[in-house]
Design a binder for this molecule. Structure first.
Ligand SMILES: NC(=O)c1ccc[n+]([C@@H]2O[C@H](COP(=O)([O-])OP(=O)(O)OC[C@H]3O[C@@H](n4cnc5c(N)ncnc54)[C@H](O)[C@@H]3O)[C@@H](O)[C@H]2O)c1
Length: 249
């Protein structure tokens, strides 16, 4: 049990096959109480109850500062404290540079980057008051390679922005006892791509992965478990690659 008596908040956590829910389940197995955040259409409250009584779901659009603020107040009231924040909400769009319209830019940057900023901002004062905390966020291998498998250039930019924000927050918050890290997954077996990727493209990508397969959501969750727990007590400002060798640098 690596997270006994810990409270973890995870955004984008209520989609059945997603990285967020896999992380919530794994954290629960390790003794944490988990607050699952997601859009209303994902019914986070119902999903949380499938993990167990100790867990709660909250509707929160991470692009809205006021929603982040009110949900943070409610979570601290409900659970008493928060130890871990996982910024995982994200969307992607497989389009090319000249097709990125202002609304595409806003949609993709807002969920990943603005969402990470807002949700972190609403929990940081609480973590500072306790002198401890761990924040980890879901970036992407796209941030490091310049895309190459699914998302557009605005997705790569959003995910790269998250790495810059992670490093800056890590530097500023280390003296307060808060660690801040990022995970950069390669291709993961979730529903985020919808049916927008052809079998041919999928197989082409597969051929670039030395381990010869894509990741399960749980294989990303285990890295978040490491970052959330004391196993990573001297790790901050890091980006952890979880890509089956797709990008070795
Ligand atoms: N699947 C992959 O191959 C892959 C690879 C690298 C990075 N990622 C990243 O992993 C994260 C999780 O994605 P996933 O693959 O599990 O897909 P997913 O679609 O299952 O998860 C994304 C979650 O974010 C939620 N979300 C979207 N907009 C939101 C908003 N405004 N506020 C709150 N929640 C919102 C969705 O409802 C969903 O639950 C994303 O940030 C994604 O960019 C995924």
């Amino acid at each position: 049990m690596l997270l006994e008596n810990r409270v973890a908040v995870i955004s984008g956590a209520a989609t059945e096959n997603g990285i967020g829910l896999a992380t919530a389940r794994l954290f629960a197995e390790h003794g944490a109480a988990v607050a699952l955040l997601d859009l209303g259409r994902q019914h986070p409250d119902q999903v949380a109850s499938t993990i167990g009584k100790a867990h709660k779901g909250y509707v929160c659009n991470v692009t809205k500062k006021d929603e982040c603020e009110s949900v943070a107040r409610q979570i601290v009231e409900d659970f008493g404290h928060v130890d871990v924040l996982i910024n995982n909400a994200g969307i992607t769009q497989p389009i090319r540079i000249m097709d990125v319209k202002p609304e595409n830019y806003d949609a993709v940057l807002d969920v990943s980057l603005r969402g990470m900023l807002y949700l972190s901002q609403v929990f940081i004062p609480h973590m500072i008051s306790r002198g401890k905390g761990s924040i980890a966020s879901t970036s992407s291998v796209s941030a490091l390679t310049g895309g190459g498998f699914f998302g557009g250039p605005h997705y790569s930019a959003a995910k790269a922005g998250m790495l810059g924000l992670t490093k800056d927050m890590a530097r500023e918050l280390a003296p307060k006892g808060i660690r801040v890290n990022a995970v950069a997954p390669g291709m993961v077996d979730t529903d985020i791509r919808g049916d927008l990727m052809s079998k041919e493209t999928f197989n082409k990508i597969l051929s670039t992965i030395p381990l010869g397969r894509i990741a399960s959501p749980r294989e990303i969750a285990t890295v978040f478990l490491f970052l959330a727990s004391d196993l990573s007590s001297f790790v901050t400002g890091a980006t952890i690659d979880v890509n089956g060798g797709m990008f070795i640098h």
